[in-house]
Design a protein around this ligand. Structure first.
Ligand code: S3P
Length: 195
């Protein structure tokens, strides 16, 4: 009882420190199913700021779903809109949390824009965690093209070295989201208060 109370106090103090010192947007990076949206929303709530999802912005701008964009206009078009949307989001420099699609940080221009204007947080998950969360891949065109495990493994091999360029890396496991959230708060605190 005592121990968990002091852990909670410690996390609250760190959260308050982040609130006072975060001066840029926080961009969530990671593969499909890593929890960029769910942990990102929880972080925004903790920090008392807005959460924006870049995929939602793409859907709004295009007036159609992501599977429709892929099917009707192809992945290169989706990537172009994704780059434009994130470029625009990076113009708003107030501290808030932004969830991005798994491919966003792979684009050199987008990556540069994020590095210039934001703090980036890579949610790093084991393949089994991702598979558990994405199920059969519905709503995610890249996963519908074949065996989700093989596709995700291929994406991990290609993307994890690049995602590792993020300012902060946080492990995410099969666990209560609150635990991942606490780990993200710890890591963000250490990033902002390195001494
Ligand atoms: C993609 C991830 C998706 C979405 C699109 C492409 C990717 O977002 O942007 O289907 O390239 O990894 P989530 O990572 O939020 O699922």
């Amino acid at each position: 009882m005592h121990l968990s109370m002091s852990i909670n106090t410690d996390i609250s103090l760190k959260r308050d420190f982040i609130k006072a010192h975060l001066e840029k947007p926080l961009v969530m990076i990671g593969l499909m199913g890593a929890g960029k949206t769910s942990i990102g929303k929880m972080l925004a709530e903790e920090l008392g700021c807005d959460f924006i999802d870049s995929d939602d912005e793409i859907v709004k701008r295009e007036g159609r779903t992501i599977p429709e964009i892929f099917e009707q206009s192809g992945e290169p078009h989706f990537r172009k809109v994704e780059r434009e949307v994130i470029g625009d989001l990076m113009k708003d420099t107030k501290p808030h949390v932004i969830g991005t699609g798994g491919g966003a940080f792979m684009n050199a221009q987008t990556r540069e824009a994020i590095k210039q204007s934001a703090t980036s947080l890579f949610l790093k998950a084991h393949i089994n965690v991702l598979l558990n969360r994405v199920g059969k891949g519905e709503g995610r065109p890249l996963l519908m093209a074949g065996n989700p495990r093989e596709i995700l493994q291929g994406l991990m091999n290609k993307r994890y070295p690049i995602y590792s360029e993020a300012d902060i890396t946080v492990d995410t496991r099969n666990e209560a989201p609150q635990k991942t959230l606490n780990r993200a708060i710890e890591a963000l605190y250490t990033h902002l208060n390195p001494s």
